[in-house]
Design a binder for this molecule. Structure first.
Ligand SMILES: [Fe+2]
Ligand SMILES: [Fe+2]
Length: 191
């Protein structure tokens, strides 16, 4: 899939600047621009495995989260929803590199471009790494930190136990909303 990287970047920045008014936002956005956030894929082989896939996925999760809020708290803080959704996967910034692999095309083996995981910062967790990275620039509320940390549900291989994640969802409904929105973006967008 080919995306218009620049218009998608502007859409992302507009949502950020409209919904988020917290100190540190511009520093965070500057870092995202210098890093590969706007051109990175969302995964190496699965959802959004093309240039711009990561930013597209962040916007998708934001839109799903907004739609799902009727289940919990339609009046939830717009700023918290935007921060949790748009930055939940910052752990994937600078994670992938363009590589090559052999693929049989019309009976002939050809070299084609692909993405490979190339982690340079082993933090030991997926959601927790995103929390850490956001907080290098901007303070998170406890609810936002829980939402980002637990967005993978029970499949995050980090130190979270099933009960820990369940308790976080009970305490912070936004955390569960972001998790479901993340799954919806992955499984319903058919990209
Ligand atoms: Fe994730
Ligand atoms: Fe995600």
């Amino acid at each position: 899939m080919e995306l218009n990287i620049e218009s998608q970047k502007q859409e992302f920045l507009t949502i950020c600047r409209t919904s988020i008014h917290r100190e540190g936002l511009e520093d965070l956005l500057e870092w995202l621009g210098k890093a590969d956030f706007f051109t990175a894929p969302a995964s190496a082989k699965y959802h959004g495995s093309y240039a711009g896939g990561l930013c597209q996925h962040a916007i998708d999760v934001y839109r799903y989260a907004k739609r799902l809020l009727f289940l919990t708290d339609p009046a939830a803080s717009e700023e918290s929803v935007a921060i949790s959704a748009l930055f939940h996967d910052l752990c994937k910034v600078n994670l992938y590199r363009v590589d090559k692999r052999n693929q049989k095309i019309n009976g002939e083996w050809r070299e084609v471009p692909c993405y490979t995981v190339d982690e340079k910062f082993h933090f030991g967790g997926h959601g927790s790494k995103s929390v850490f990275l956001v907080q290098q620039f901007m303070k998170l509320t406890t609810e936002e930190a829980a939402a980002i940390n637990c967005h993978m549900g029970f499949s995050d291989g980090a130190a979270n136990t099933v009960r820990d994640v369940s308790n976080a969802y009970h305490q912070f409904p936004l955390a569960w909303i972001i998790h479901v929105a993340d799954e919806a973006a992955v499984y319903l967008e058919n990209r």
